[in-house]
Design a protein around this ligand. Structure first.
Ligand code: AMP
Length: 262
């Protein structure tokens, strides 16, 4: 089995090359957009989908997090200002996000396909994505929208803890670490992401509420939207994604089950 792709082309942009270019997938490449409020669990679904479809995870948030870890000298003023927006829970301006995605548009053409997480967040971003794809004669396979009541989301997010060293993610109520405050895998003290603090969550939810509906309408009008209830364990939500997309996608597309069978 191949080692995981480091996604350098996406995370770093410019001329960076990925460690592993995907081989041809067994069927046509999947090109998915994942939608849903922060904390709904779409990051976990994105990972499951990427593993099963052998597609690359393209998360705009990961671009910002990778930039945060670079020394100040390696960041543009636009990226520095984007990190400020992120800390405050505000959306990064469209122009900044679109410049970053356009610079990385070769990832959209990748033969392995992609799962976009965190992008598009506004109609302007959705329209630009459609334009970038159309220019290359490509089409999205679907826009999967994960849904959960807002109270449940706030509870989930404020209980999330992450390991700054190995990036493991915990949930204090449903998936706590074995020793309080310490990573099970590497023993590093766990942290709460700046944007998972309750005061920031409220700003993020407001930003999400204002921008999400027009994006959902955009994909509904395009006939690409599939909405999926996101309560329960990740594997159950994946199974639901599989059953709710069955028969709704273009010819040749069917999500594999846990054993990889279509
Ligand atoms: P996420 O983890 O996807 O919720 O993203 C965390 C933060 O990154 C957001 O609160 C925004 O500040 C920023 N961000 C990520 N993707 C985008 C985007 N497509 N448009 C605007 N801001 C974004």
């Amino acid at each position: 089995m191949n080692s995981p792709n480091d996604r350098a082309a996406w995370l770093e942009g410019g001329t960076a090359q990925c460690s592993n270019l995907p081989g041809s997938p067994s069927g046509p490449p999947w090109r998915l957009v994942l939608l849903g409020a922060p904390g709904v669990g779409k990051g976990t679904q994105a990972e499951l989908l990427c593993a099963r479809l052998r597609a690359c995870l393209l998360s705009t948030c990961d671009i910002f997090r990778a930039a945060k870890e670079r020394p100040d000298a390696g960041r543009t003023a636009a990226l520095d200002s984007a990190l400020g927006c992120m800390r405050r829970g505000e959306l990064v301006p469209d122009a900044t996000v679109l410049a970053l995605v356009t610079e990385r548009s070769r990832c959209l053409r990748c033969a392995g396909g992609f799962v976009l997480d965190g992008f598009p967040r506004t109609v302007a971003q959705a329209e630009s994505l459609a334009l970038l794809l159309r220019r290359d004669g490509l089409k999205l396979t679907a826009a999967l929208n994960y849904e959960l009541p807002i109270d449940e989301i706030v509870a989930r997010l404020s209980g999330r803890r992450v390991c700054p060293a190995c990036k493991a993610v915990y949930q204090l109520s449903s998936q706590p670490p074995r020793r309080t405050g310490v990573c099970d895998h590497c023993g590093t003290p766990l942290m709460q992401r700046d944007d998972d603090r309750p005061e920031t969550i409220r700003v993020r939810m407001k930003a999400y509420g204002e921008s999400a509906q027009p994006v959902l309408d955009f994909y509904r009008r395009s006939g690409l939207l599939v909405s999926i209830p996101a309560g329960g364990a990740p594997q159950d939500i994946y199974r639901l994604t599989r059953s709710l997309t069955a028969g709704r996608l273009s010819e040749g597309y069917a999500l594999p089950d846990a054993a990889g069978r279509a």
